[in-house]
Design a protein around this ligand. Structure first.
Ligand SMILES: C[S@@+](CC[C@H](N)C(=O)[O-])C[C@H]1O[C@@H](n2cnc3c(N)ncnc32)[C@H](O)[C@@H]1O
Length: 245
């Protein structure tokens, strides 16, 4: 594993905040950012590994779309049938370079493949039993989300599943504000200052666009999934399992 550097990307007060991106500076500190910004991140990793282990079939392919530095691929590597191939796709070269470092052995043995792809253009899957979108669909432009999900349904084998984890909105304005307040309390407990929280919020404003849980379930069904259930919920974060019959 590459060395984990502390996330201080938004620590200095800036005059103007640029949109958040997944370039080199973010990739350098990303694992620490995930651990301190995503509630129950390690438990989510364990659950995704467990779910993928249950659902992946021998000889099939398990895809991680928006694989970043490869943390989820490492979880899945522990649990999924050794005869399955793991495929990580991301549009950030800097993230894929980190993933390559973190999964050097699995890459060398052919267990893991890594490739550049922009999910705004849909995705072409082959022989897929499990697809993971962990905190990534929220960054795909809303107008492209349903088409991406349709291309996932098309590429999944019968009985295949999508594991989707997203930041979500509350069902009404009051609950939404409460979830966000409690989320920022968690970030403070994890060492982020008010400046860091405020500046990151501004940077993400036009980039990360969350839906309510019912909106996510609706587009999953509209895209063609036959069964959808929620396997995880923490205030403004939710995990869904969507099944192709
Ligand atoms: C929040 S991170 C995902 C975290 C990661 N899946 C995990 O399990 O920890 C979002 C990732 O999606 C990638 N991404 C965002 N938009 C994308 C797009 N349109 N196409 C491909 N990758 C994208 C980013 O480069 C980034 O690595």
């Amino acid at each position: 594993m590459s060395e984990q550097k502390k996330d201080r990307l938004f620590a200095e007060q800036e005059q103007a905040i640029s949109d958040f991106d997944f370039g080199e500076n973010t990739a350098e500190v990303f694992d620490d950012m995930l651990d301190r910004s995503i509630p129950q991140y390690r438990e989510l990793q364990r659950m995704m590994g467990e779910l993928a282990g249950e659902m992946a079939t021998p000889g099939s392919r398990v895809y991680d779309l928006g694989c970043s530095t490869g943390i989820t691929l490492r979880s899945v590597d522990q649990t999924v049938d050794p005869e399955a191939t793991l495929v990580g796709l991301d549009y950030s070269r800097a993230m894929l370079d980190k993933a390559q470092e973190n999964l050097a052995d699995q890459h060398a043995s052919g267990r893991v493949e890594l490739d550049e792809a922009d999910l705004n253009e849909g995705v072409e899957l082959h022989n897929a039993s499990v697809v993971i979108l962990n905190l990534t669909l929220q960054f795909v432009r809303p107008m492209n989300r349903e088409a991406l999900l349709e291309s996932i349904v098309e590429g999944l084998n019968p009985g295949g599943v999508l594991i989707l984890v997203e930041k979500v909105l509350g069902n009404d304005a009051f609950l939404n504000r409460l979830w966000i307040k409690l989320y920022y309390d968690m970030k403070r407990r994890n060492g982020y200052t008010d400046t860091e929280i405020a500046q990151k919020r501004e940077a993400l404003e036009n980039v990360l666009i969350p839906y309510r849980p019912d909106e996510n379930i609706k587009i999953l069904r509209r895209a063609g999934f036959d069964e959808v259930d929620m396997f995880f919920k923490w205030y403004n974060f939710a995990g869904f399992l969507a099944l192709k019959a």
